[in-house]
Design a protein around this ligand. Structure first.
Ligand SMILES: NCCC[C@H](NC(=O)CCC(=O)O)C(=O)O
Length: 446
């Protein structure tokens, strides 16, 4: 028996400290734009415009809030003491890299917020959430606690929603959430196959692994999530990401593959064992046939896939076929632009391509797909979601005005030490939790 369900997208609202600090070794864009001056206001408005366009098309669109940054509680835990102003001045002087890390607006990339398993797949029939520990990068490893609070505030009803704490925050259980997790199914309410893609095997030093850049996700982490979420073998597949792709800058699987419904769109270098990955999915997928759309390196070289973020698109179910929501950069890379024209003309499941401008986020290595967390919800579960988190026309208007009121239009690394910035952030976020009906989720509110 399958119930009617939809795929909702919960986008991260870009925070007021969005900046380019070059924090992510292995993420080409983050390193390329180190110390560029950012525009947090534009970043947030670009994100909101994407959400609005999709909401207007009838997609269920939700919001996850930004985090409090700079995060003074982390600095205090690391031994800095005194007033907030004293601490900011001292860290800026002694350890500017640490100040940048605790100031990142990286919680905006909600594909890394958590792994979510829909109720049709789990043993207890509830939707399961596990915030990602993001242990590979210090600036991201401090996200999961507040992410967990936000998720609990939005998906509060325990009859429908189950929340787990993040996995142990060590390299062995490095977990990057939904960016390495794809669900394939005949229909959203039907049982699906959850594809977990990992970069290395922590407890086997002989297993293949990248040599240049870090593999952020381990097999052991993916297996733990599948256990916690109560996914039987029929609902899960584990596949290793091609180490060569990671070494080419593909730090998450969602930089080289995207799937939805019965369609998997991926680059030939995505998986270490492509044939086995597809066979494992096909053996479990029921009620439909898998459409595997493979992009060859001869058509789109992996460097072009990374530069354009072709695969970091949102693949969305649309009337009469699927829609690929791509970042603007896809039209700036010739091989990719030509490929997209051929794709739409091919008569396959992807019928339309639409361009979204998320350049501020792209310069840190986050495309349309990074900016959203997918949550499949039955009609009943959807009713149980905290209504404040849905992007309505009224909320869109309030949030754009809120951004325009509180956000700066330029932020350099030096600005991060400005005590006024911290005040601005807290004032804005305090107002935001009211707008979204979230209660007190931030440390400064507790
Ligand atoms: N899913 C997209 C994540 C992008 C993110 N970038 C960053 O954190 C860069 C931040 C900076 O360099 O300022 C990351 O690499 O995890």
């Amino acid at each position: 028996m399958s119930q009617h369900a939809v795929e909702a997208n919960f986008d991260g609202l870009v925070g007021p400290t969005h900046n380019y600090a070059g924090l992510s070794w292995g993420n080409v864009a983050s390193k390329a734009n180190v110390h560029a001056v950012s525009n947090p206001r534009e970043a947030a408005l670009q994100g909101l415009a994407k959400m609005k366009r999709l909401a207007d098309r009838g997609y269920a669109q939700g919001i996850l809030p930004p985090h409090e940054r700079p995060h003074l509680p982390t600095l205090r835990r690391l031994g800095y003491a005194g007033t907030d102003t004293d601490i900011l001045a001292k860290v800026a002087r002694e350890a500017p890299a640490l100040l940048a890390a605790v100031s990142s607006a990286s919680a905006m990339w909600t594909a890394n917020a958590a792994t979510v398993s829909p109720s049709a797949d789990t043993s207890d029939g509830r939707v399961h959430f596990t915030p990602a520990n993001l242990s590979a990068k210090f600036h991201r490893a401090i996200e999961h606690e507040v992410t967990g609070r936000s998720l609990r505030a939005i998906f509060a009803d325990e009859r429908y929603f189950a929340h787990h704490p993040a996995l142990p925050s060590v390299a062995h259980f490095g977990d990057e959430g939904a960016a390495n997790h794809t669900r394939l199914c005949a229909g959203y309410g039907a049982p699906g196959v959850e594809l977990f893609v990992y970069g290395r095997v922590a407890f086997n030093e002989d297993a293949p692994a990248p040599t240049r850049f870090p593999a952020r996700q381990t097999l052991e982490a993916s297996q733990a999530i599948a256990r916690l979420h109560g996914l039987a073998d029929a609902h899960r597949v584990f596949a290793q990401q091609n180490p060569a792709a990671i070494d080419a800058g593909v730090f998450h699987n969602d930089v080289i593959a995207v799937g939805n419904g019965n369609t998997l769109f991926y680059h030939e270098l995505a998986f270490l064992d492509e044939a086995r990955t597809l066979a494992d999915i096909r053996a479990r997928l029921t009620g439909t046939e898998l459409h595997a759309i493979r992009v060859d390196a001869a058509e789109v070289p992996i460097e072009d896939a990374v530069a354009s973020y072709l695969f970091n698109s949102q693949l969305l179910e649309a009337p009469g076929g699927m829609l690929l929501a791509v970042p603007g950069e896809c039209r700036e890379v010739a091989s990719v632009s030509r490929y997209l024209d051929r794709l739409v003309a091919s008569g396959g499941p992807i019928q339309a391509v639409e361009v979204f401008d998320v350049k501020q986020s792209m310069k840190n290595g986050g495309g349309p797909a990074c900016l959203r967390l997918r949550v499949v919800l039955t009609d009943e579960e959807r009713q149980a979601v905290n209504p404040g988190a849905w992007l309505t026309d009224a909320l869109y208007a309030k949030l754009t005005a809120w951004v325009e009121r509180h956000y700066r239009d330029r932020l350099s690394q030096d600005d991060l030490a400005d005590p006024k910035l911290l005040d601005e952030v807290r004032t804005a976020l305090d107002e935001l939790t009211g707008l979204l009906g979230l209660g007190s989720i931030y440390d400064f509110q507790r």
